[in-house]
Design a protein around this ligand. Structure first.
Ligand code: CP
Ligand code: NVA
Length: 303
């Protein structure tokens, strides 16, 4: 059987993604009811983090334990990959000893190179280009709160970054309309936009993007690795804040999501992120459940 990787939402079919989310909801219920579910007994996940993380690390590590397996945290400070051992050599060796590898890194090409030399499934835990695991949690949260997202309108407000680009892939796979409001010069990848066709529209006006939307989503203005651009970005993105006025333009039942960590007073006001329409805590918790379903899917096969 060919090794399946999860580098992008496009690595699974729409049908596989939907059934994975159904399983995630089931796995969540089992955990809440105290029913043991340990299909990964004896399995090991290697986790390589070349950038910081709270949610991703805790969710994968706790998830593997709950599934009966084990997760191993590998920092570039401690392993030879960080001292320049070729990515392919590291992939070949690490994958010969574990059952799956999770990587958070900078360039997406580095992840793809690792996957090409890995004999076991590789999971994208965030690159500069994509953050597909977060989208599993976001979609699970929407399904739990509102049912199917097919045909809904999602407004992305802010940077055309890894999260925005993951929403573009989600619009294709889950068949929703995506309005992206970003400053000129901060648009997402043009090829990804072309591939999504008219499901995705670029706007430079947050109000136009938010009008009648069912879900508003934003993210930090400066991502990891862009710290030196923080001051400049604060000015460029000033009018791209998700605040009460913007939420008012959306559908009255609209939800608010943010992958976290958030900067209150910058990309979102405290009133919105801590308000009644925000589902960010459920969204964060669902990282655990959605990734447990993903680990099962990749390591032991379809759920
Ligand atoms: N949303 C997310 O990936 O958070 P962490 O950076 O804390 O893992
Ligand atoms: N766009 C953010 C997401 C963090 C989870 C970053 O890459 O830093």
């Amino acid at each position: 059987m060919q090794t399946r990787h999860f580098l992008s939402l496009l690595d699974l079919t729409g049908e596989e993604l939907r059934s994975l989310l159904e399983h995630a909801i089931d796995v969540k219920l089992k955990l809440q009811q105290g029913i043991a579910h340990t299909p990964l007994a004896g399995k090991v996940l290697a986790m390589i983090f070349e950038k910081s993380s709270t949610r991703t690390r805790v969710s994968f590590e706790a998830g593997m334990s709950q599934l009966g397996g084990h997760a191993m945290f590998l920092s570039p400070r401690d392993i030879q990959l960080g001292r320049g051992e070729p990515v392919e050599d590291s992939a070949r060796v690490i994958s010969s000893m574990v059952d799956a590898v999770m990587i958070r890194t900078f360039g997406h090409d580095r992840l793809e190179t690792f996957a090409s030399a890995s004999s076991k499934p590789v999971i994208n835990a965030l690159t500069d280009k994509l953050h597909p695991c977060q989208l599993l949690a976001d979609m699970q949260t929407w399904f739990e709160c509102r049912g199917d997202i097919k045909g809904a309108t999602v407004a992305w407000i802010g940077d055309g970054n890894n999260m925005c680009q993951s929403y573009i892939n989600a619009a294709r796979q889950f068949d929703f309309q995506l309005n992206i409001a970003c400053p000129a010069g901060y648009e997402p990848n043009a090829d990804m936009l072309d591939a999504a066709g008219d499901r995705v529209r670029i706007m430079h006006d947050p109000a136009a993007a938010a009008e009648d939307a069912n879900l508003l989503v934003t993210d930090v203005w400066a991502s990891m690795g862009q710290e030196q651009e923080q001051q400049e970005r604060m000015q460029v993105f000033e009018s791209f804040q998700v605040n009460a006025q913007l939420m008012q333009l959306a559908d009255k039942d609209a939800l608010f999501m943010h992958c976290l960590p958030a900067h209150r007073g910058e990309e979102v006001t405290a009133a919105v992120i801590d308000g009644a329409q925000s589902v960010v805590w459920q969204e964060a918790e669902n990282r655990l459940h959605a990734q447990k379903a993903l680990l099962e899917f990749l390591i032991v096969g379809a759920n």
